[in-house]
Design a protein around this ligand. Sequence first.
Ligand code: ASP
Length: 330
Amino acid sequence: MKRRTFIQNTALGSFGVVAGTAVMACQEKTSETNSKNVLPNTNSPLVIATWNVPEATGKAWEIIEKGGTSLDAIEQGCNVEEANAEGQSVGIGGLPDRDGNVTLDACIMDSEGNYGAVVYLQNIKHPISVARKVMENTPHVILAGKGAEQFALSEGFQKENLLTEASKKAWEEWKIKSEYQPIINIENHDTIGMLAIDKNGDISGGCTTSGLAYKMAGRVGDSPIIGSGLFIDNEVGGATATGLGEEVLKTVGSFLIVELMRQGKSPQEACEEAIRRIVSKNPNHKDFQVGYIALNKKGETGFYSIHKGFSVTQFLEGSQAQIPSNHFLD
Ligand code: ASP
């Protein structure tokens, strides 16, 4: 499924689907403001991700089911989308910046509070795996640009051209239409944010993206930044974001959600509050989208976005289809 259709998707309406044990859920607005979780709650392991990515979440679930760690599940689940050349928002095939360069951002965080990230990484299709290497094999937490690429090569990653023909064509068409102004494209952003609980009850998360399509060279969004695109606290839960990174960064959204859960809010209530913070500061919020997903230690999940069109995929034992409601503000 092509997911780069935040605002445009709004015309499609809402749906919920069960595929095996996966629940893929799109939002549906109802009149009443409901802060209860509407996805199945569980004390068992689970995987939840932004967007309609059953292959990626399915891979993560396969690892969890076999007794693997949530960290391995996150990395390998995200790898699936990163290797998908047809997806134009993550890994190979990601839409380039205004100059035609594909630059990737990713981060990963484990149940012990360790974190690793890469920003502005080029020519390496698995930034989440490089982020894990940064976390495990360096004394640092973020590597950027050329340094990140050199580190990846030294760790055995292959250099490859990430600009596919389809993405090059899209960029060339965009250049003809565009006045090449440094404005934020509201219509071109999606990110895989994934959270998982393993059989041990341990939580990890990851976030991987090519960022805003046709962004200014050098631009980095929320996705690789701890507390903004992702935050995990194994005592409380985790949260991750997709959408206009500048707004997530300004409100440190994922950290906010985890802290709200620590204070007793459910994942759903916490996601709603984080979206309200953005909307209350932005009279122009009609022009952009942000979506959050969250889970807590009990295995309760929540998700919320500013506008209709956001979706999540969740895998858990014996899940039942539930059509979610009230999962967007406008
Ligand atoms: N949050 C990402 C960024 O701002 C984009 C996205 O979610 O599509 O880079």
